[in-house]
Every structure is written in C-alpha cells, then in structure tokens.
Design a protein around this ligand. Structure first.
Ligand SMILES: *Cc1c(COP(=O)(O)O)cnc(C)c1O
Length: 365
C-alpha cells in the first residue's frame, strides 16, 4: 500500500466542477485582484473562523509583513519569536528591519513557552509573535497577561490553525492581530498563494487594506509606502468553494489523530500531547522518536509518506547566523528538530490507510 503524505489531487477531484464554475464566474465578471470574490470570501472566512473581520492578502507571509508595517515596527525594535516554527514567523520582524529575539518552545504544546518571554522583554520589544504550531493553539492567557502588562502587541501566526480554539475562543483575535495562510497544503488551501489578516482592531485592518494596495486611500493618492499584495479573485473563488467543507475536514483530521493515538504503540515514540486548553486542528501529526531518521526510512520503504517539519530550529538557520545564537541556546526547540517526524494526516486518507500507517509504525524494530 502507498500512503501519500499530501495528495492535493484527491482533495480537489470531488469539487472539480464547483471549482471550474467558480473560475468561470470570476472570468465573466473580471474581478481578478480583490473584487467581489475576495470581498465575499473575507466576510465568510471571518464568520466561519469566528472573528470580527478579515482582510485578504497575497500570502500568509505577506499578512505577517503587513501587520509589522501597520504597527510601525522597524530598525531598532525587537520582536520575540518562537525558535521552532516556520521561517515566515520570523520574517515578520526581519522584513521591517527589526531584530528577531528567539524564545524556546514548551515541550508539550510545541508552542511559545510563556515562561521564556518575560526575561527577553526590553524597552525595545515592540511585538510578540505566537505561532499556533501544527494546529495546536499556544497557551494564550499567560502570554497575553505578560503582553498586556507591558503594552506589547501580540500577533497570532495561525497559518496552520484554521478553526483552532483556545479555551473556547477562536484563534485569530485573541492577540491584537492574527494571520492565516491559504497555501495549497494548509488546512484551508487555495489553488495558489493567499493569506489573510484578522483582528478586532478595525483601524489596524483599515491600514492593512491600504498597505496591501500601494498605500493608496484615494485613487492615485498614496498615503503610505505600500505594496502590491492583494488577494486574487480566482483564489478567493476557489477558497469559497472549499470553505464550507473546512469544519468537516477538520473533524476528519481530528478523527485520524485519535485513531493514531489509540493504535500507535511503538516504544520510545512520543505522540503529540493534547492540551487541556483546546484540541489541535492537526495541520500536522508530529511524533518524536529517538531514531527518527531510521523510522522515516522504514516508513518510506513501506510506502508511507512522511515529512520532517522542521529539521532545523530558526536560531540555527544560516540566514540568522548574524544574530549570534548557537547550539544549546534553545534545548526544547533543538530536541524537537532532531526527533520530529510528521505522519500523513490529510483528511482524504481512508481508515485502511491510517490502519496501515499504524501497523507499519508498530512493526518498526
Ligand atoms: C505557511 C506558514 C506561513 C506562511 O504562509 P504562506 O501563505 O506560505 O506565505 C507562516 N507561518 C506559518 C507557521 C506557516 O506554516
């Protein structure tokens, strides 16, 4: 049996006709950059996610960038970022010339450890980036308590966490801003690039709307140095076809995770913890094993697709060598990078496939 790690074709086959119809409609009205498809998707995504409002942009990375711009973060400022996340969480600071200050992650949730933040705060700290990694919400209450106390804004990187909740609150506006990605492999993915900024702060979102379209408030009158960062109509049209299925797809991811939890019994393998503040939406099902590379090879030989997400923590990335971090600075992040392995968890997997993955893992010697 062959079990794919990701299979976009399987995801799109059943909605192919609906997608073609949505593309046809967009071709007919011609709203390709912003336009009616984007406006409709922005409103519907905000409703489904349970946030006040969302502003569609070109990607999750650019959503982060525009929030940093809108908050006027820049050279001389510092931003606290978890040492284990996708690189774009750190681009938030780097793109605007601020200094990235890494913090370790919590060993159970794999998200920013609230206990590591306080000692890193200086009078230059201008934001905290919190990633809801692998679909698991970070422990927001203690993080927000520290941030509110010091008057530091928090951006939630929810690129992997559509529909995730923290103590019954949807992610995306627990902090001062949230960003989501619609990269094709995300829990809600377009047929290309896309992202959105969410917030309960209308002024911030108004600014992001201006920044995404050349800093222009009135036609050809440019108030800010802006960007060409509009969500595309064709992407919004595709996302609107997929959005109604997101809840059911998320439940399927959670069911597969439960199946893995009850079936996997390999000694030494660490399953992802389920946190009492809210179940993960399982963008990834990431296990740890001391012989990760050998386990991965065994699974590959048995036809099971896996991925290492992520093999390197951010403080040891070559692009950040100028920051001067070294091995040993963030032991939890480094240990996870050495031992993590992500198993297939796309909602289109069959129960037989999941059983097969479990069987092959348990057969590892
Ligand atoms: C995917 C991702 C991003 C970037 O989103 P893009 O749409 O690919 O630019 C940012 N942060 C995290 C945690 C991600 O997983």
């Amino acid at each position: 049996m062959k079990v794919p790690f990701i299979d976009l074709k399987r995801a799109h086959e059943p909605i192919r006709d609906e997608l073609m119809e949505a593309f046809g409609r967009t071709i007919d009205h011609g709203g390709f950059c912003l336009g009616p498809e984007v406006a409709a998707f922005e409103a519907e995504f905000a409703r489904v996610q349970g946030v006040s409002r969302s502003v569609g942009v070109g990607s999750g990375t650019e959503a982060l960038h525009l929030v940093a711009e809108a908050w006027d973060i820049g050279p001389g400022d510092e931003v606290i970022v978890p040492a284990f996340t996708f690189i774009a969480s750190a681009w938030f600071a780097q793109y605007v010339g601020a200094r990235v200050v890494f913090a370790d992650i919590d060993s159970e949730s794999y998200t920013l450890d609230p206990q590591c933040i306080e000692s890193l705060i200086t009078d230059k700290t201008k934001a905290i980036v919190v990633t809801h990694l692998f679909g698991q919400a970070a422990d927001m209450d203690p993080i927000m308590a520290i941030a509110r106390d010091r008057g530091i804004p928090v951006v939630e990187d929810a690129a992997q966490a559509h529909l995730a909740r923290y103590r019954d609150r949807p992610v995306g506006e627990i902090g001062d801003a949230g960003v989501f990605s619609f990269y094709p492999t995300k829990n809600l993915g377009g047929l290309g690039e896309g992202g959105t900024v969410t917030s309960s702060d209308g002024e911030l979102l108004d600014r992001v709307e201006v920044l995404r379209a050349h800093g222009m408030k009135e036609r050809y009158l440019h108030h800010y140095v802006g960007y060409n960062n509009r969500m595309e109509g064709l992407q919004a049209a595709a996302l609107s076809v997929k959005l109604p299925h997101l809840s059911e797809k998320t439940e399927r991811r959670q069911a597969i995770a439960a199946h893995y939890r009850s079936g996997i019994s390999l000694e030494g393998l660490v399953l992802p913890r389920s946190m009492d503040w809210g179940d993960s939406v399982y963008h990834m099902f990431t296990i740890q094993h001391p012989e990760r590379d050998r386990l991965r090879e065994h699974l590959t030989e048995n036809g099971v697709g896996t991925d290492i997400v992520y093999p390197y923590p951010l403080h040891l990335q070559p692009c950040f060598s100028f920051l001067g971090y070294s091995v040993g600075d963030f032991p939890i992040a480094e240990g996870l990078a050495d031992r993590c392995l992500s198993l297939p968890i796309v909602p289109e997997l069959t129960d037989e496939e999941v059983d097969y993955v479990i069987d092959r893992i348990n057969a590892f010697a």
